[in-house]
Design a protein. Structure first.
Length: 333
């Protein structure tokens, strides 16, 4: 199996119960979550040797260590220091009302870092994949520079670079994101990017007449950033906050692949489903699965994530494979 380093911010997540608004809540369900940490947990569940790099304070930070260790993620590169752990609140959606996220992450130990505090030679030694997302450079001007320098160091050490664009409009503008991401993508090998990223962040013209417009967007992204060898995203049909349809898509070796359509009803918790999908794709790359096997597995992992509370996927590779073989809703005896 592979050796992977993921790097980003992990936060305390406080969620309301379904049907309860944040302003009226008298209790919250606590979890830890963050895009790169969620990917690390997925990959550890699938049997890989995974390290998560971040910075956390004492006190609440101890819960983060226990959370990651519980799933087999190594915390050797989890720095201690700073004054607070970032927090975010999730108001659960239901029916026609979408979920709502409120961030309280300013001044966190990770966000306040002004430069890399890791020994890069040690961080990237014998690492197959370095995974990071667009959330990290969105945190500050310092993190924009640090993100690029870390990616360059990983590339120099021989790592493949995995980047999830993961645009968050509450953190930066489309213009700012597009400029920074366009500087990062020439260094990237595996990228999570979809139609909206192509249109609004990467400046790719809208498709006119195309039987499958995603093929067009993937081709145009590859023309602009030829170092990218794998592109992937999901096509999600939102029937309601409680019912979605999900198809995984993959562009690899100049061919387009799609998974079956997963009807997820009811959704228990959608947060982290994209990270489960990314983890599934990276697992497929490391395990040298065929492209079709890769996208089927990744989409199944994402569909399963919708069925559990919290940010992270909690299913092993045999469990995902069993789900694929059995089909939706059948009892495993």
């Amino acid at each position: 199996m592979g050796r992977v380093v993921t790097l980003g911010e992990i936060m305390l997540r406080l969620s309301t119960d379904s049907g309860v608004r944040i302003a009226q809540a008298d209790n919250f369900c606590a979890h830890y979550g963050g895009g790169e940490a969620n990917v690390a947990i997925s990959l550890a569940n699938f049997g890989h040797d995974v390290y998560f790099a971040s910075k956390i304070p004492d006190g609440l930070g101890e819960g983060v260590v226990k959370h990651l260790n519980r799933y087999g993620v190594h915390t050797n590169f989890l720095l201690k220091g700073g004054s607070r752990l970032g927090t975010y609140y999730v108001e659960a959606g239901i029916g026609e009302r979408a979920a709502n996220v409120i961030y309280d992450r300013a001044g966190s130990s990770f966000a306040e870092m002004t430069e890399s505090e890791w020994q890069k030679e040690e961080l990237f030694n014998n690492v197959d994949i370095f995974h990071i997302s667009g959330i990290t450079p969105a945190l500050s001007s310092s993190w924009k520079k640090t993100t690029i320098s870390l990616i360059e160091a990983a590339k120099e050490a021989g790592c493949k670079i995995s980047f999830d664009i993961n645009y968050r409009g509450k953190l930066w503008s489309q213009k700012e994101a597009g400029e920074t991401i366009s500087e990062i993508l020439p260094l990237v090998d595996y990228c999570s990017a979809g139609k909206l990223d192509a249109l609004y962040l990467l400046g790719i013209p809208e498709a006119t007449e195309q039987e499958n417009e995603l093929v067009y967007y993937y081709q145009e992204i590859r023309k602009k950033f030829p170092a990218i060898s794998v592109l992937y995203s999901t096509k999600r049909t939102v029937v309601s906050a409680s019912c979605n349809e999900l198809i995984g898509t993959l562009w690899m070796d100049d061919h387009y692949y799609e998974s079956q359509n997963h009807v997820i009803n009811p959704i228990v918790d959608r947060v982290g489903a994209g990270d489960a999908f990314s983890g599934g794709v990276l697992h497929g790359i490391l395990a040298q699965k065929s492209p079709q096997e890769m996208i089927d597995f990744a989409t199944a992992a994402s569909a399963l994530k919708h069925t559990i509370h919290g940010d992270c996927n909690q299913f092993s590779e045999p469990e995902v494979n069993s789900f694929l073989l059995a089909g939706s809703g059948k009892i495993n005896r």
